[in-house]
Design a protein around this ligand. Structure first.
Ligand SMILES: Nc1ncnc2c1ncn2[C@@H]1O[C@H](COP(=O)(O)OP(=O)(O)OP(=O)(O)O)[C@@H](O)[C@H]1O
Ligand SMILES: [Mg+2]
Length: 235
């Protein structure tokens, strides 16, 4: 397994949100976490990315215990986190934002190779490389945030709600971008509100409710599960 999360407890201050969350992801897999608002999906990703330190449990990545490491140490180990907020630098160009994603790469030549790779993935970003990030459309900005996440050449990409706030056509574009990455062999963990679409494209999924993993399994089986259909799809 590339990532193995065991019995993870985490939260904010004394407030515990995640309770005994266990999940794993294999190399090349496309896995999702779905669940209602406030279930702890972002908290799970933030904890894996090292933005929140766990209260208990362990996180093993690529055979190494990374529990309690800082966010920057975890980025260096090969985990890239594309957050809901995206945190783009609006007054910097597309290209400058992409370079920010490669800050852990000291070799300029390799950084430029990564830039070419990301422009190859998302040609639209190459066309707009000189444009200020703040003037990009919502969909383009999501693409830029995902592209920036790819600049550090991650072994695992965590993507939190990339379709949030987007019109259906742009949502489709974001899912296409993720498909491109999947085809390149990138390992992806996706959190999404769009449950139907997410279960249709991912290999495997976890249902998170109230900070706990309820169901898990092949995404196609989850899509057919009566509980999932009732709670998330309203059928
Ligand atoms: N910084 C914080 N301080 C205190 N509580 C927080 C903080 N961030 C999140 N929470 C709480 O933790 C719980 C889980 O939040 P989280 O953001 O992980 O949910 P989520 O599953 O990502 O929800 P959504 O689908 O709305 O994005 C929520 O009850 C939320 O209010
Ligand atoms: Mg969230």
């Amino acid at each position: 397994m590339l990532l193995e999360v065991k019995n993870l407890d985490a939260g904010y201050g004394y407030l515990q949100i995640l309770r005994c969350v266990s999940l794993s992801i294999d190399k090349g897999e496309y896995v999702c976490i779905v669940g209602p608002n406030g279930a702890g999906k972002s908290t799970t990703m933030k904890t894996i990315a090292g933005l929140i330190s766990p209260m208990g449990g362990s996180i093993v990545f690529n055979g190494e215990d990374i529990t309690g490491l800082t966010a920057s140490q975890i980025t260096k180990k090969g985990i890239s986190f594309v957050s809901e907020e995206m945190n783009l630098f609006v007054n910097m160009s597309v290209q400058e934002n992409l370079y920010m994603g490669a800050y852990i790469i000291k070799d300029k030549k390799i950084r430029n190779e990564r830039l070419d790779f990301v422009f190859g993935l998302f040609p639209q970003l190459a066309v707009r490389k000189g444009q200020l990030a703040g003037t990009m459309s919502g969909g383009e900005r999501k693409m830029l945030a995902i592209g920036r996440g790819m600049m550090s050449d991650p072994k695992l990409l965590l993507v939190d709600e990339p379709s949030f706030g987007l019109a259906p056509q742009l949502t489709a574009n974001v899912f296409e971008s993720l498909d491109v990455l999947k085809d390149k062999g990138v390992t992806i963990m996706l959190v999404e509100q769009n449950v139907t679409k997410t279960l249709a494209v991912t290999d495997r999924g976890y249902i998170l409710e109230n900070g706990k993993i309820g169901l898990q399994g092949a995404s196609c089986d989850l899509a057919d599960d009566p509980h999932v259909r009732k709670v998330f799809l309203g059928v």
